[in-house]
Design a binder for this molecule. Sequence first.
Ligand code: ATP
Ligand code: MG
Length: 645
Amino acid sequence: MNGARILEGLNDEQRRAAVAVRGPVAILAGAGTGKTTTITRRIAYQVASGAFLPEHLLAVTFTEKAAGELRDRLAALGVSGVEARTFHAAALSQLRGLWERHAGTRLPEVLDHKAPLIASLANALPPPHRFLPRRELAGEIEWAKHRMVDPGRYLTELDGTGHEPPIPAELMLRVYDGYERRKASTGRMDFEDMLGLAVRMLESYPAAADAVRERFHAFTVDEYQDVNPLQAALLERWLGGRDELCVVGDDYQTIYTFTGASPEHLLGFPDRYPGATVVRLERNYRSSPQVLSFANGLATHLGGFRKTLVATRPAGPDPVAAAVGDEAAEVATVVRAVTTLRDEDVPLEEIAVLHRINARSEPYEEAFAAAGIPYQVRDGAFLRRPGPRATLQRLRRAAGDLSVEDAVIAATDALGFDPEGSPDADEEVTRQSDLARLRAMAHEFTASHPDRDTSAFVEELARRFSTEHSGRGVNLLTFHRAKGLEFEAVFLPRLLDGELPFRSGRAKADPDEERRLLYVGITRARRFLFLTWPTDGKTGPSPFLAELGVRATATRRRGRTRAAPTAAPAGPVGDGPVFERLRSWRRSRAQADGVPAYVVFHDRTLARIAERMPTDRAALAAIPGIGRTKLERYADEILDVVAAG
Ligand code: ATP
Ligand code: MG
């Protein structure tokens, strides 16, 4: 594809970044301003302009999915051969290609989970520490490794940062040190080692560094605000003093500081590279002005580098913020609203329900399955998560003479179910909550089917979660997973103090980071945004709601919360023969154009047309929701459909 085509549709600033094919470039800009779009075009332009061969380019994204999307988009621009990977995948591929040749030893095997290596070390701890979930110890080891703190420096780092380990520091050091030794002696490497080992290889073996640098001449990093010290160190080794680097990011969306990430890498870029092309984008191409101005309420509390976002999209409905009675009512409200959106032809794949931790997807999985609505869980659906998976394995092996409930109690007890516990790590909160949910389901099952056995229970579970698919249906995902993505409609349920900001056990998530998470969540929405929170719990609404201008004053003494929704949910839509004819016209038109029906017209617009029965273009043009382009494109056909009655 020629250069002009590649740059088509970009605004002046985006274009300035895209044509800056050489040298350091930084794009510092807010959500939905086209950062990812711009780097994609820049890479294509680097190739089309002849500045670089595609195989000399490496683009690093945050998730495998983002890497895949980047490759697809480049392919659509006629570019193939560019490497687009996560930091981990890039590091692993370099290790696989170069380690043995240069280091002269076998590359350690990748260790999927730390827990098995930690288990016996944990068992050797004195009580009560011995009973701490392995996941908590693994989390602490990760804390140190993300910061490149080896066991030798661990205690000093704790002193310096004030960070508190889950068990006394000396004991934790013993576990960390033992873990590292065992890992080395069994020839394994964990997830963090992939980056650390790649850094070491490039430092210790100049010939390996030369090979990598010969292979890659220029680098692009998306979501640069979230790079941690290990990733930054690796990137530096790749560059080896060169400055062919393009970074893009938004400090307002820094959500990985718990791994040691810091937006300082992004904000300090222009100082580190004084000759850099620095581009700031202000036009938001994603969200309606209503969603944007709502998000801006939070932006004023985010500190950092001030950015104003200018809306370019057409007006949409006001965001809805509403208190609901309890969790069941909240789930029902979300499912009902999803059904309404579906009836308005918003594709289910364009709808997302975001959670702070994985555990919260479970009630939605059940409710969507019960309503016959397909859904997909990005971070592992209930039945595929560690707790339920391990329980089901045990149930399959369990002796047949126990009732279903007793069998599930025995299995979950053996897996460390602890209703009194208050774990620190959110993975463990999820696992405990999943085990509790399985016990509750087993209790109900035994009460209603006392004669049926565990295999019937396993079948019942499969049925209950039956509408789960991959790549199809409503998206259930965490705020962290949602970064970089966009959806027509976004639901943010359970906005409670203690959930967002998250707290569990000794773990108190940094409120500033949690506010940024909410900001990321809100800015995923194109048009429809729903925020809800139940009012029956032990805790009040999220304090961030007040910052958003939502009046959600907790009057907990009376056990109630008042909320002022900023708007009512979408109103009813039309019926009648003209409306039906318009819908069927829209269906065939959308099919012929290969676009979703709602892109042609929303139900509400069709309802207005049916109501007003326009007989000419002027009358049609006066109907809200019909802009100039749509008038040009559809007026004749619509007037025919209306007149046909
Ligand atoms: P985030 O901060 O969430 O990662 P981003 O800055 O990377 O967002 P993109 O995902 O690249 O933003 O773009 C947001 C939306 O805007 C996408 O739907 C994209 O296609 C669209 N877009 C980007 N630039 C333009 C443009 N110049 N004209 C029209 N649409 C655009
Ligand atoms: Mg992006």
